[in-house]
Write a protein that binds this ligand. Structure first.
Ligand code: PGA
Length: 253
């Protein structure tokens, strides 16, 4: 088993280029010498180029928040995996609930994006999670199983990180309790194990990194990461200030 703490910041549609540069400088300075954790920042597309220059050669990895399912051509407004690699990205977030909700992304579209991104050499952070109504109706496991089954079946799982982000916890200040998180994280590991078996894949599911996301703070990360199947966090709001993101990284054991 080769899992180690993984902390990712999803900056969403925040930070002008100058602000992004200031933020990432603070992060790079603060994580110097940390060699036992993986650290990732995902700025908006417009800041990738400048942020890339600052993280180059450091222990901070660079990711994007989305990519196209096409790699070049007449697709106005799209950004391809090759363009992200060209800027120094090694990761891309896919399937975030905000993309599913506001931009109509389906599991099928996300699978197309993921297939292309991985084939070009990116790793993906694939987000899954239920909305509040689904949780209330006891549909959480069904929803997540479908999100996993329909997207992962033909992917190289060595290039996949999963982020469980209950939609009711994103940006709301409501964090899932460690028990609620662990219940779903262990279900995710079991479900991926079944996908591996069904598809005859050669992959040890104990190596799968599963992040929790949804209002993570420096005060909640420790309890979440005490759970066996919680390997780190995908952090939105609290990753926009270097000090708080660094506290989260330091409290993640
Ligand atoms: P949040 O966002 O930490 O602001 O809740 C997490 C995410 O959406 O990735």
């Amino acid at each position: 088993m080769s899992r180690r703490p993984f902390l990712a910041g999803n900056w969403k549609m925040n930070k002008l280029v100058g602000e992004a540069v200031d933020l990432v400088k603070g992060i790079v300075d603060g994580v110097k010498g940390i060699i036992d954790k993986d650290i990732l920042v995902c700025p908006p597309f417009t800041a990738l180029s400048e942020v890339s220059k600052i993280v180059k050669g450091t222990n901070v990895n660079l990711g994007a928040q989305n990519c196209s399912y096409k790699d070049s051509g007449a697709y106005t407004g799209e950004i391809s995996p090759s363009m992200l690699l060209d800027l120094g990205c090694s990761y891309v977030i896919l399937g975030h609930s905000e993309r599913r909700t506001y931009f109509g992304e389906t599991n099928e579209i996300i699978n197309e994006k993921a297939k292309l991104a991985i084939s070009k050499g990116l790793k993906i952070v694939y987000c899954v999670g239920e909305v509040l109504e689904e949780r209330k109706n006891n549909q959480t496991f069904d929803v997540i199983k479908k999100q996993l089954d329909q997207v992962l079946y033909n992917l190289d799982l060595n290039s996949v990180i999963i982020a469980y982000e209950p939609v009711w916890a994103i940006g709301t200040g409501l964090t899932a309790s460690p028990e609620q998180a662990e219940e779903v994280h262990s279900f995710i590991r079991k479900t991926v194990s079944n996908i591996v078996k069904d598809a005859g894949k050669n992959f040890d599911v104990n190596d799968l990194v599963i992040l929790y996301g949804g209002s993570v703070k420096s005060s909640s990360i420790k309890g979440l990461m005490e759970c066996e199947d919680v390997d780190g966090g995908l952090i939105g709001g609290a990753s926009l200030k270097a000090e708080e993101f660094l506290n989260i990284i330091n409290n993640a054991k």
